[in-house]
Ligand binder design. Structure first.
Ligand code: 3PG
Length: 207
């Protein structure tokens, strides 16, 4: 279900939001361009409140909590109304908690051994992070042979210029990134710049 939604959307916007005043207009921008699956990183003090607000205000959104580093944050994300949670890594504790969580958990991996460990816990959809420096497209292509039944969301270094290279791989249904809504645009409330990024992305995806 989540994987199908992400596969349809192709790009998962990763958002670093500091306040509810930033979150609401940004959500409007995203919805305007039909981006309904969003990742809100738990890198700011208000991130959980923001997830809660967006969950209440926009039931049409599918919200992910990003940068989940421990089992407590996974629980908090679920309580705040997140539909899924994403981690840059995969500790033992998180893999265990992720398996028991009522929301989808996407562990972060970077090497074949990490992929296999997460697979042993039942996670067949994983975040490949940081994609750009962890071998990028070539690494994902190489893993598709021995680790064929797994899917990845590469994140870290994805942009409009290279997203196509990732998305054409058979094991990459979706890629994520902050480039659509960079922190400086959010801070300056430059919604127009973000709209332009979204319009450009839509154009590329439609081509
Ligand atoms: C993440 O949290 O997934 C990454 O920080 C996103 O990386 P990017 O900023 O290179 O898109």
């Amino acid at each position: 279900m989540l994987l199908a939604k992400l596969d349809r959307q192709k790009i998962l916007p990763v958002l670093v939001l500091e306040s509810q005043e930033q979150a609401l207009p940004l959500a409007e921008c995203m919805l305007e361009f039909d981006f309904r699956v969003l990742e809100i990183t738990l890198r700011t003090a208000n991130a959980l409140d923001i997830i809660h607000l967006l969950h209440e205000r926009y039931p049409e959104l599918t919200l992910g909590a990003g940068t989940v580093l421990c089992a407590t944050q996974l629980k908090q994300a679920a309580q705040a109304g997140a539909d899924f949670a994403v981690s840059p890594g995969a500790t033992e504790a998180l893999l265990m908690a992720g398996g028991q969580s009522e929301i989808n958990f996407i562990p972060g991996v970077m090497t074949p051994s990490e992929v296999m460990r997460a697979r042993e816990y039942g996670f067949r959809f994983q975040k490949f992070f940081p994609a750009g420096v962890a071998g990028g497209v070539a690494m994902l292509k190489a893993m598709s042979g021995p680790l064929s039944e797994l899917n990845f969301c590469p994140t870290g270094g994805i942009s409009l210029n290279n997203m196509r290279d990732y998305l054409q791989l058979g094991n990459v249904p979706v890629a994520g990134g902050t480039w659509l809504a960079p922190s400086n645009c959010i801070r300056q409330r430059d919604w127009e710049a973000i709209r332009q990024n979204l319009a450009l992305l839509q154009q590329h995806l439609d081509e």
